[in-house]
Design a protein around this ligand. Structure first.
Ligand SMILES: Nc1ncnc2c1ncn2[C@@H]1O[C@H](COP(=O)(O)OP(=O)(O)OP(=O)(O)O)[C@@H](O)[C@H]1O
Ligand SMILES: [Zn+2]
Ligand SMILES: [Zn+2]
Length: 741
């Protein structure tokens, strides 16, 4: 049987063609090849090796193999294969993620330069002789002798020196070599990083570190570790010391964080601890240029960069001799990719660790119930840090019932309760700082009629439009639709249409009236568009140039400000009223993380939570910092209704600009899925998605549940493979879905 190579052609158009593999050529996925394309020859990457369909027309032969060894390591290839099977996507789509475009494409290859290196010490007699007879050679040797590492780029040795360099090389005094120039992403030298010294660990931390180190020493027999440490318990210090030990053993380290731009403090702490080996640290963030990405990838592949920090996709960093993977804030949803391949970065990390094998640590103050369940069932090993590292107590949390009408404004929603206002005033008097947290930007800044209750909605997405005061506009945050603000209610013509809910901007306005003496800073997606805006705002707050930091989700994680003694949560329950069984879990996580920003220095912390549903378990357990209590009752609910982590839950979505066609397609699929459904799979009904219209398309979905993942994926794949979909309907399968909107 003939075999073909499926090749992704370099270039922006993402063309994929099959080529016959010439006899005797050992072509593997991940190898780059030269192939004929129209009348030219092009370069591409082999995505997979497929058996040729005998009825197919013969395809052209590929011309040559560029890399005899694939760019992708065997472990990563195995991981890619697992992802394709588990998430039900093509191996091609996974290889594209494992080998980003910048790496596959030749044109990003590094620039080089020539360097001259002093080969041996030159004796004074020779130097004296050269000084008289060949002053240029003498000058070069003098320069090299004084240089760091006794080497310099040829360009720095002055022009017109090539003859002298050649003579010196011939005489054996110097060596000439080609060196790659690294495009250093940090070269703009934005800030100087001072080296930080390891801290003396407390008993709990020491025990945690010991567990991690024994896993590093014997990864084959170690389970993945779940490090459950309350906020401020010093998890990061444990990561840093574990990373150091792994590096000392000659291994490499991979650190995954939810989003690089939102966790500047964590990244900085790694950079500071490893400041003395800065060249060995690679930070993979989305702002890297293609060229920089190419360089970083190859530095990692060659073992030059031995510690890699990055978001989800960094799980594919080609580190050789991987010893340890750290997944910080493992509960974060951003680890799940929301386009194909829809993998979960944390779960892939666990799998890669098993394949390597290497140690893997998942850390969080509020672990996902999936990971928690894996501890209970013995798949993971639990390690806990129950105390704050600096001996501080957990902050005191007060819940304020907003239903009692603590706000003074008639009709308009109360933003600030009397309790929170008084607490803010006290902080200002004492010269302490506060953080105010607002759930979800834009979500509640909708326009609602006081008379009839009409809410202004997006005509394309059927979600509430957000009111933007600066330019007096209503904007849809799903599709970007904009309109002007109506003067009267479009429904009942009442002029009383007004803003319900509020955003960070409104909070700042209200507060500057109540507390005219305070200086405010705002962090939300609007104010953070400018490059470095987040870092600058956080630095100013740290230096106490501002008193009160107002922010959205962006300030929930990883921030550490010793002078902050008050955290106010303005609208705690906003995330509770969404159609998603994880709404409670997310609210608990968010409240616990935000509350954890208070009292992280010598001063005690206080948290004030404003809510319209004070008795909800997410709020009550977060108030007591009680993860065990929360998870116990939540797990009971999940088990009762067979929700994750007790079952795998997948969503099949069909979308189209034609409402009927989307629905009909999904009904057809439902019908076929219902035939010969393997035992243990629970097939839901065809329903409109909560966000039934998005970007002008209608969306319908089926939820599927199963104890075991593979049979579910295989069943859906089999049905999709034998169903011809209409051209204008897109069907998406999301295994272990986190987003049900
Ligand atoms: N052994 C220690 N002795 C003294 N201080 C420590 C120790 N370990 C950590 N700290 C300090 O305690 C503070 C909190 O630690 P860290 O930020 O690592 O906690 P964390 O668990 O990662 O927090 P979070 O999950 O809330 O972001 C930091 O200022 C850190 O420098
Ligand atoms: Zn009205
Ligand atoms: Zn819209």
């Amino acid at each position: 049987m003939r075999v073909n190579a499926r090749v992704l052609i370099d270039g922006p158009s993402e063309l994929v063609f099959d080529y016959a593999i010439p006899v005797g050529l050992d072509v593997k996925p991940g190898c780059r090849v030269r192939v004929p394309l129209r009348k030219k020859s092009s370069i591409g990457t082999v995505l997979s090796v497929v058996s040729a369909d005998q009825f197919e027309f013969a395809v052209r032969e590929l011309e040559a193999l560029i890399d005899p060894e694939p760019l992708i390591t065997p472990v990563l290839l195995k991981t890619a294969d697992w992802i394709a099977n588990y998430y039900g996507c093509s191996i091609e789509s996974v290889i594209r993620s494992v080998l980003p475009e910048s790496v596959r494409t030749e044109e990003h290859s590094a620039r080089t330069r020539r360097i001259a290196i002093l080969a041996k010490a030159v004796d004074p007699v020779t130097m004296e002789r050269l000084e008289k007879r060949a002053p240029r050679q003498h000058a070069i040797l003098t320069l090299l002798g004084a240089a760091t590492d006794q080497q310099l780029p040829v360009a720095d040795l002055g022009e017109g020196n090539s003859a002298s360099l050649k003579s010196l090389e011939k005489a054996g005094w110097i060596r000439l070599e080609i060196e790659e120039i690294r495009r250093d992403p940090d070269a703009d030298g934005v800030e100087e990083i001072l080296e930080s010294k390891p801290l003396d660990l407390n008993e709990e931390q020491q025990r945690a570190l010991d567990e991690v180190l024994s896993a590093v020493a014997d990864p084959e027999h170690a389970k993945p570790l779940l490090l459950l440490g309350v906020t401020g318990s010093g998890k990061t210090e444990v990561y840093l010391q574990a990373a150091r030990r792994a590096l000392d053993l000659g291994k490499t380290v991979l650190v995954l964080v939810p989003e690089i731009s939102l966790t500047p403090q964590t990244v900085r702490r790694f950079k500071a601890r490893f400041a003395a080996m800065q060249q060995e640290v690679a930070v993979l963030h989305s702002n890297l240029s293609q060229g920089e990405r190419f360089d970083e990838w190859h530095r990692i592949r060659k073992g030059i960069a031995r510690i890699v920090i990055g978001a989800r996709s960094a799980v594919f960093a080609p580190l050789p001799d991987l010893g340890l993977i750290l997944v910080d804030e493992e509960h974060e949803n951003s680890y799940k990719q929301d386009v194909v391949p829809r993998y979960h970065g944390r779960d892939v990390a666990v799998l890669r660790a098993a394949f390597e094998p290497c140690a893997v640590v998942l850390g969080s103050a509020t672990p996902s119930l999936e990971s928690w369940h894996n501890c209970e069932s013995g798949k993971y090993q639990l390690v806990r840090l129950n105390q704050r590292a600096d001996g501080q107590s957990m902050p005191l949390v007060r819940v304020v019932d907003m239903r009692l009408g603590s706000g003074k404004h008639k009709g308009a929603p109360a933003i600030l309760s009397d309790k929170l206002r008084t607490a803010l005033e006290q902080r200002l008097e004492k010269g302490e700082q506060s953080i105010l947290f607002l759930n979800r930007r834009g979500f509640a800044r909708s326009l609602q009629c006081h008379a009839c209750g009409h809410v202004c909605q997006c005509p394309h997405c059927a979600v509430a439009l957000t009111y933007h005061r600066t330019d007096e506009r209503l904007i849809c945050h799903v599709c970007g639709y904009q309109s002007i603000v109506p003067r009267k209610c479009p429904e009942c013509r009442d002029p009383g249409i007004a803003m319900q809910g509020y955003g960070t901007q409104r909070v700042e306005e209200v507060l500057s009236k109540v507390l005219p003496q305070a200086k405010f800073a705002r962090i939300d997606a609007d104010t953070m568009r400018r490059k470095n805006a987040l870092r600058d705002t956080l630095n100013a707050f740290k230096a106490h140039k501002t008193d009160v930091l107002i922010g959205t989700q962006m300030i929930a994680k990883g921030l550490h400000f010793p002078n902050v003694t008050l955290v106010g949560i303005l609208n705690a329950d906003l995330g509770l009223h969404v159609p998603d069984f994880r709404a409670g879990e997310r609210t608990f996580q968010l409240l616990t993380q935000v509350a954890g920003r208070a009292g992280r220095g010598d001063l005690a912390g206080e948290v004030i939570v404003q809510t319209f549903t004070p008795h909800s378990p997410s709020i009550q357990y977060a108030r007591r910092h009680d993860f065990d209590g929360y998870s116990e009752q939540e797990m009971e609910f999940r088990s009762q209704f067979s929700f994750p982590p007790y079952a795998h839950c997948a969503v099949l979505t069909a979308r189209s600009t034609h409402e009927r066609r989307a629905e009909f397609t999904l009904q057809t699929l439902h019908h076929r899925l219902a035939e010969n459904t393997p035992a243990g799979i629970v097939l839901g009904e065809v329903l409109p998605s909560p966000l039934v219209r998005s970007h002008g398309q209608f969306r319908f979905q089926i939820t599927l549940r199963s104890m075991r993942a593979r049979p579910l994926t295989r069943h859906v794949q089999a049905v999709l493979a034998k169903t011809t979909l209409p051209d204008d309907v897109t069907v998406v399968f999301d295994m272990d879905a986190l987003n049900f909107s």
